[in-house]
Design a protein around this ligand. Sequence first.
Ligand code: SAH
Ligand code: SF4
Length: 375
Amino acid sequence: MAWTPEKPPIHGETPDTLAARLAEVGHPRYRAGQILDWVFKRRAESPAVMTNLPAALRDWLAATFDFEPTTVLGKRVATDVTQKLLQRLRDGSLIETVIIRAPMEGVGQDKSRRTICISTQVGCAFGCRFCASGLEGFKRNLSVGEIVCQLIQVCRVEDAVSPDRAAQGLASFDNIVVMGMGEPMANYDNLLAALRAVNAPWGLGFGARRITVSTSGVVPKILQLADEPLGLRLAISLHGATDEVRERIMPVNRKWPLAELLPACKAFARKHGRMLTLEYILIEEVNDGLDQAERLREIARDLHAHVNLIPYNTVEGLPWRRPSLTRQNRFADILRDAGVSVTLRREKGHDIEAACGQLRLQTEKALRLDAPPAA
Ligand code: SAH
Ligand code: SF4
């Protein structure tokens, strides 16, 4: 469903598009760089603070662009490692952005690594059986400006923690994972435009190698991403090592079965020359059998991929459970013993994944608790 905002977000502009708009109304093109500097590096919330611009230009900006396409409704510290920002879009839709801290011994908060988990859609159309994001269906894609502003909002919050980075106009986080609500590959063009801006020197100058895009397996887009010069990292939500098991929980597998998905992953890895990640949620009696572990071992070896095992987080209203610790370890050992690079998330990971993979339900709950629905 398309949705058109009253005013386009300033965060969706590039130096070229903005310069063209400025020229149309008789302002010098070079102002575009100054304006985007305010937006990205100084996190300006309105043209009023842009003191190096003439008043007439500030008025035009305020009348022409939206400077707050996303607004923070609330902050919640979910656990010791995760913090969530509940953000409202102009049409009243809610998204959550998660800040995950990797605490390190003996260093202050400002030095701990921060990973930001962002959303690309409101809801998700892919309907994976275990996932909260898809439970209430798909509403719409986020625009370029909404995706960018989502990240600038995080900077505004985290700048207080790392004022030195803020002073240099750098992002106040270390990694971005596109693992929030939505299927990133189904909003490919907007996501890529947003990440190009985040990466650009005129944007946040944020390294593409510190950005990971996670997909449930949209083969044509994996191949397209492999050809992008940007150099983003890729994670595949595998969750089943055979078509039979994968199909039970992920409808996407009917469209792009493993015989198509795995060669696409291989092509991506070959073009990029770096390891991709296979995400594998462990769900009791569904995909945690030894046959699956053995098959996954072969897939990972063939792709030279890292395997991220994630014990399933229970979602209210869904029947799935995580396996016992013994079963989790047995599964991991089959991979590990064959020399596959594997991580099995422990309790902290539980929180992290809960934060990343189950945004929709929590968001809706938060809406009911925190704020009346927008009219
Ligand atoms: N649509 C993309 C990215 C968002 S989902 C994708 O599917 O990859 C991000 C990750 O969270 C995916 O690996 C997803 O399978 C996982 N996830 C979803 N629900 C989960 C749950 N209840 N417990 C653990 N991980 C979950
Ligand atoms: Fe969508 Fe990813 Fe959830 Fe599947 S796991 S429903 S693709 S968000």
